[in-house]
Design a protein around this ligand. Structure first.
Ligand SMILES: [Zn+2]
Length: 67
């Protein structure tokens, strides 16, 4: 009766670093790992890296919306 079914995310392939990670957030059907999420949060908007992240995210979001 008292089964503790832990509902942890098993992990997935991150859309930015493309590595299998266990912690992260879901964007639509895609997965963004916690490391990259933190990176994005701490990257300045005028940093070229930020544009890269943004592009990766846009790619996914567009695909999900218009497919
Ligand atoms: Zn990642």
């Amino acid at each position: 009766m008292n089964q503790s079914t832990t509902n942890h995310t098993v992990g997935d392939t991150c859309i930015v670093c493309e590595q299998l990670k266990h912690q992260g957030i879901r964007i639509y059907t895609k997965f963004l790992c916690i490391d990259c999420e933190q990176e994005i949060v701490h990257t300045e908007i005028d940093d070229p890296k930020y544009q890269f992240y943004l592009q990766q995210l846009k790619k996914i979001i567009n695909r999900e919306i218009y497919s």
